[in-house]
Design a protein around this ligand. Sequence first.
Ligand SMILES: [Zn+2]
Length: 414
Amino acid sequence: MQFEIIAKCSTTRARVSRMKLAHGITMLPTFMPVATQAALKGLTPQQTEELGLTLILNNTYHLNLRPGTKVLEAAGGAHRFQGWRRNLLTDSGGFQMVSLSSFTKVTEEGVLFASPFTGEPTMLTPEESISIQHSIGADIVMQLDDVVSSLTTGPRVEEAMWRSVRWLDRCIAAHEASGRTDKQNLFAIVQGGLNHELRDKCLEEMIKRKDRIPGYAIGGLSGGEEKDIFWRIIAQCTEKLPVDRPRYSMGIGFAEDLLVCVALGVDMADCVFPTRTARFGVALTFNGPLNLKLSRHAKNFDPIDPTCPCPTCSSGVSRAFLHHIVTHETAAAHAVTQHNVVFQARLMGRARDAILKDSFPQYLRTFFQDYFGDVGYPRWCVDALRSVGVDLLSGTEDVQMVEGDGAKWEYSEA
Ligand SMILES: [Zn+2]
């Protein structure tokens, strides 16, 4: 991997960088859509490529179950299997094992879980996770970590943090022994829950291994914790992680979360939210999400966003038509998914442009005004951005603040 920082915001910790992987260049910060089964739900790989995406995520757990490593190896890897020519990242498989299996037990050897086919106990070790990711052939592979919910407290959090460090060493050893380090890049995952001391210890240990680690992820968040704690953990990690390594915040997809994380120094994020919410009939826009199921769209013949270059908006597909077919017809899922994936790309592309022009604080103010001006700014966003020198409230009059996570799409148009 070649990683080069091109521009830095003079106020916040945001930066623009160029990440060159085996399947081309990806400009950061970027949002990675999730293609669980080697396909973005609702899009063909060709459509995905035509939308200009350069980096997507595949789930190791699912690909290992079906089609399995034998098929992937026979195909020459997941790129060829799915007809995807750009960059690919795979997770370790651990998260799905914990979240989807009815039986999971973590031992020092690995994660023991019930096979979804036979119910038999099946072990995933750090070495096996890396081996499966080698068969998939992703450009970025993730270490197996000991995943605990962000709401877990007590000694289990510390145990999982130290085990994640030990498993990182096993993953590094397995990866280096494979001779694939020139094509596939192993990222570490910082754990430590919501505890700042544990995060510091994990950061210290993982940064010691920097010479063998091309990038770092921040894990163990986005699990229902308070946003006020979430952003402080992100800020703590980005402050300490090496500047010359990409930083990936796992499981982040709401527009406001993405921009706050970028301001705090995050380069990459992924989430199923934009594609999932599209299938439920919600289109993302710079003025907030639109729930196309609502009857107020029944006679609206405008596109979702007339300024949007996506195939749905630029061909003039009306909100009324989408309202008519949404959640009933697969065509609606395609149309809204294309739009939402492009929205995420525009959100991050505008952030990159603003950082390059050193006008990122102004972009943040404009975004929050357009997106939250009518319903109030989430207080945690205001506080998080103040910590990096941006006051969203300066120069604006009568701005309301709202508590909680401020996920506007949940309550807008209710
Ligand atoms: Zn669009």
